[in-house]
Design a protein around this ligand. Structure first.
Ligand code: SD4
Length: 347
């Protein structure tokens, strides 16, 4: 790894109706939002906490490891982070007080595995990988997923931390279920939403390894205080994650119901197959949501992140505030503010 001197670079990119302010925080003085694209290996992941996750993935990638191992190791960092209250252990519970986790993983051969509404198991992504590798199925849910995890050596543990229990008890006082936009981006949340209630967040990660193979992983505790049994887009192959080793991969974050309705990540990959750049493909997927549900689109966040077979990446979100982290040979701590977003309130 090269020197970790940090700098902040801001560039204004003019783009007619779109807000186009790119902010990059990087260890590389020469990097910019565009430079370094097209390199391999590379790993990208959603939100600021992607930086720490990318580091773990990078350790695998820089040692010529497989993208599949990289994404599993990477997102496990977010799953283990108790301060992260929307992924893995420490996640917010549903409205009945259960922490239920969703995750999926997909490799370069089109193999995939998934778990949904999994309770008491700290690393759902690793269970999802075992579903892929050790069963004839793609998806296990609820009790069945837990039984499978226990049979395969995972330990049962309490995932509800004191902090998340406290937040849930606070929420019970009003029982107001309204997703807050960009709650994952702490700077944005602190500035724009003082006293906010964290209520949604996911890590989606895509990696291209030195051999040119792609894999992806996605893991979350889903919407905070959701109905018991609710499953979002994150564990659903094609919605929260999709990888086609000939073309590229995509993942999503935000209000999962809208992503499921449009089969968002599959759509992004198929658009890249048609020649769209990663960013344009993400934009088209976001606009599909806007076209179908303009009223809902005003009040929610959905962000897509995509990486193509050439190592080029891009994102597009419904609202301002989406960020993602990038790590390759040139930049290891990069956080990019999603450059482009649709802002329904302004149109
Ligand atoms: C879900 N998509 O469960 C997830 C939540 C999320 O940023 O991504 N929040 O719907």
């Amino acid at each position: 790894m090269h020197s970790r001197r940090k700098f902040i670079k801001q560039s204004i990119v003019g783009a007619a109706s779109l807000s186009a302010v790119a902010t990059a925080i990087s260890c590389d003085n020469n990097s910019s939002a565009a430079k370094g694209q097209g390199k391999k290996p590379i790993v990208i992941s959603t939100w600021d906490f992607g930086v720490a996750a990318n580091k773990a993935a990078w350790e695998v990638l820089e040692n010529n490891g497989r993208a599949l191992d990289a994404v599993e190791q990477g997102v496990k960092v977010a799953e283990a982070d108790l301060e992260n209250q929307t992924v893995g252990k420490g996640g917010f519970p549903d409205r009945d007080g259960h922490v239920t986790l969703d995750a999926c993983i997909m490799d370069e051969l089109g193999n995939c595995g998934s778990v949904a509404a999994l309770e008491n198991i700290a690393h759902p992504i690793s269970v999802a990988r075992l579903v892929m590798e050790r069963t004839p199925h793609v998806m296990l849910v609820g009790q069945g997923a837990k039984q499978f995890a226990l049979e395969n050596g995972f330990q049962e543990e309490n995932l509800l931390t004191e902090a998340s229990e406290k937040a849930w008890k606070e929420w019970l006082k009003e029982k107001n279920y309204k997703p807050v936009m960009n709650i994952e981006n702490k700077a944005f949340a602190t500035e724009k939403l003082p006293g906010n209630k964290y209520n949604h967040d996911t890590i989606g990660m895509l990696a291209l390894d030195a051999n040119g193979n792609l894999s992806g992983a996605c893991t979350t505790s889903g919407m905070a205080f959701k109905m018991h049994g609710r499953v979002g887009d994150s564990p659903i192959i094609g919605a929260g994650l999709y990888v086609d080793n000939e073309i590229g991969g995509a993942t999503s974050t935000g209000v999962g119901e809208e992503v499921i309705r449009t089969v968002g990540s599959f759509l992004v990959v198929e658009l890249m197959r048609q020649g769209y750049s990663p960013e344009d493909a993400c934009k088209e997927a976001v606009m599909r949501i806007v076209k179908k549900k303009p009223d809902i689109a005003k009040d929610i966040q959905v962000g897509f992140l995509a990486l193509n077979k050439n190592g080029e990446y891009g994102s597009y979100a419904l609202q301002d505030g989406f960020t993602f982290a990038v790590c390759d040979n040139e930049k290891q701590d990069l956080i990019e503010k999603g450059k482009y977003h649709y802002n329904p309130k302004k149109s």
